[in-house]
Each structure stands twice: as C-alpha cells, then as structure tokens.
Ligand binder design. Structure first.
Ligand code: PMP
Length: 360
C-alpha cells in the first residue's frame, strides 16, 4: 500500500522507514519485552535510547561539548518564555527581529519579562522578505538577539545567519532544524518543537551554550530552568520518552541517508522544483522575495481564490493531503520537510499543472 503525501505544516510526515521500524519494535523493543512507551525513563533500556539519540544529533549537527542538548516538553511556545527567563542574566533588554507570525509571538511573550527592542521588522512589507545585515539595529547591551530563521506561516527563510558580534544569537529553528548543515557555534541557543523535522509533537529540542545557563530570573519555576534540566540530563521529571525514541529513529534515518549535506541536496531540489512550477505559471503565485524563499514551507495562491476548494478536493483525491494555507494568510501551503519524498513534490507539481490546464 502506498501512503498519500501529507503536506501538513506540523505535526507533519515522518519518514516511512522510521514508522516501519517503530511498528516492528512496538510490542517488544530489542527483546526487552516492553514497548518504549512502557519503559522507565531511568531504566537501562531507555537510557541507551536517550544517549544514542543525543549522540546522533550531536554527530549530525557537529555540536561541540560547549553545548548542552536538552530534550524538553512545552513546545517552542514555552521557549518564548524560557529564553528571557534564562538568558536575560541581569539585563533588561533583548533585541528581536520581526519577520512573521512566530517572531511576533516570541516578542509578545518576551514583553512579560523585559523590553524587547525590534532590531528590524519586515511587517510593512507583509513579511515577504528577510532583512539584510545592514538593516539590523543591534544594541551591544542586549542580553541576546532573537530571530526566526524560517517563518513557517509566511514561508520566509533567512539566507544567511545574522552577525551579532559578541551578543548571543538565539534562533527558533522549529521549522528548519536538520534541513541542512548548520554551524551551531554561531549561536548561543537554538530551539525547535519536534513536530516538523524531528519527530512527533511533545518533544522540544534546545541546544544551549553551557556558559549562558545558570542565572535565571527570580521566581523562575524549576521546569523553566535550563540549568536544572542540564544538570539532570533532561530527566529532572519524566521526559517525553516515546517522542524522544522516535526522534532518535529520525536521527538514525538521517545518518543512513548520508547526513545533513545529503538531506540539504534533496531539500534544495524539492524546493527548486516547486518554486519553478509556481514561477512558470501565471495561475499560481508566491509573494516571497526569491533570496528568502523557504525550503520547508511554500505558500502559494491561485489566481482565482474561488477555486481554492476545488483545488484542495482534487489534490486530496490525488493523494496530496493538507495543502490548505494557514488560516491567517489563506491560499495554499505545501510544507516539504525532510520526510517529504522528492516524488511527493513531483506529484504535487504534476497535479498543479493539470489543475491549471483544466481549470485555470
Ligand atoms: N515557532 C515556529 C517557527 C513554529 O513553526 C511553531 C509551530 N508551528 C512554533 C514556534 C510553536 O510551536 P509549538 O506548537 O511547539 O509551541
């Protein structure tokens, strides 16, 4: 049986070999007699799964010992609060770059804890581009600079990493982490909700430079303290064990595929094919400036929005699921994370061409 292609923005497709492996191991993981979901997080079986996943993630991203890798809960949305709670370290302001809906949420949450200064905003351009380095008004007194390298809703991705000098750079990489190689040493902290490129919802990955943790705002709950999670190897409380295990299977799948350089090559080709189909037509349009077009989330509109319903119904019948755009922007959005096969993008392009030919 072939499965349909699911273009959901997240929770999103998981690699089929990962799902197959999870199925094989469901009732009896490695002769333990247990499903991973039934294991004590402190037992030797789960400890080996946890350590293996961290080692593979470190290898994939080339993460040095200077960084702690945390496997947390609470989603990226909790990080909007945890970042200021942990990284202000006596300062009263932080710089935020505003490039879309998720940046705005991070900024709104930071206001509970400090005065976020807007280093740049593309809101006047309807979030259709990424700012260039010269536009950034960065303060040397900022506790950190926060940005969203890939805006999942608007489909805008920074083509380069901003230079923030000695001020730690913090990135919400929820919808781009693991899509290509990354120089982690450029960052003070990286966080990502798992439900796009990493695994199922319920797990949040944080990579944080060890020297930045340990000084929290007064009143910070233990569960919001990176230092406490780091000291306890992400086992201060019961971690999301099954999600951690599935993420580990995803990391192993990526390694088998040839790592992030190989993944990047596939992702680059997938995105190029889809954008070419949009640009080659006068029926489909994407509003994002070419240099900042996301490899992962491709929003597009039809020349006649009255055809949106027919497009979605036809796509579904052709085995192409969840193409409806975010409710805030409308139109369509194809999320083409790591687990989306190139054949899925090709099937979408073929459907789009046929729809335009017959209905456009
Ligand atoms: N940031 C980005 C860039 C996202 O795409 C999302 C989820 N779509 C979030 C934050 C929020 O993540 P969560 O639902 O895990 O809190």
């Amino acid at each position: 049986m072939t499965r349909p292609y699911n273009f959901s923005a997240g929770p999103a497709m998981l690699p089929e070999p990962v799902l197959q492996r999870a199925r094989e191991e469901m009732l009896n993981w490695h002769d333990s007699g247990m499903c991973v979901a039934e294991m004590s997080h402190r037992g030797k079986e789960f400890m080996s799964i946890a350590e293996g996943a961290e080692a593979d993630l470190r290898e994939l991203l080339g993460i040095s010992d200077e960084y702690r890798v945390l496997f947390l809960q609470g989603g990226a949305s909790s990080q909007f609060a945890m970042v200021p709670m942990n990284l202000l370290r006596g300062r009263t302001s932080a710089d935020y770059i505003n490039t879309g809906s998720w940046s705005k949420k991070a900024i709104a949450e930071a206001r509970r804890f400090c005065t976020p200064a807007i280093a740049a905003s593309t809101e006047d351009d309807r979030f259709s581009r990424a700012p260039v380095q010269d536009e950034l008004k960065l303060s040397p007194d900022a506790a950190y600079v926060h940005y969203t390298p890939n805006e999942t809703i608007e489909g805008v991705e920074f083509p380069e990493i901003p230079d923030t000098g000695d001020v730690p750079l913090v990135a919400d990489m929820s919808s781009t982490l693991l899509s290509r190689p990354l120089d982690v040493s450029r960052f003070g902290l990286i966080y990502a909700g798992a439900q796009k490129n990493i695994g199922p919802a319920g797990l949040t990955i944080v990579l944080v430079r060890a020297d930045l943790i340990g000084e929290t705002l007064p009143g910070t709950p233990a569960m919001f303290d990176y230092g406490i999670h780091a000291k306890n190897d992400s086992m201060y409380n019961t971690p999301p064990t099954y999600a951690w295990y599935l993420a580990g299977l995803v990391f192993a799948w990526l390694k088998e595929l040839g790592g992030l350089a190989a993944m990047a090559e596939i992702n680059r080709r997938k995105a190029a094919k889809l954008y070419a189909a949009i640009d080659d037509s006068s029926f489909y349009a994407n509003p994002v400036e070419p240099r900042a077009r996301s490899w992962m989330n491709v929003p597009f509109t039809l020349a006649d929005p009255a055809l949106d319903g027919d497009f979605l119904a036809g796509a579904k019948a052709a085995g192409l699921l969840t193409l409806k755009g975010h409710r805030s922007v409308g139109g369509m959005r194809a999320s083409i994370y790591n687990a989306m096969p190139e054949a899925g993008v090709e099937a979408l392009v073929e459907f789009m061409r046929e729809f335009e030919r017959t209905r456009g």
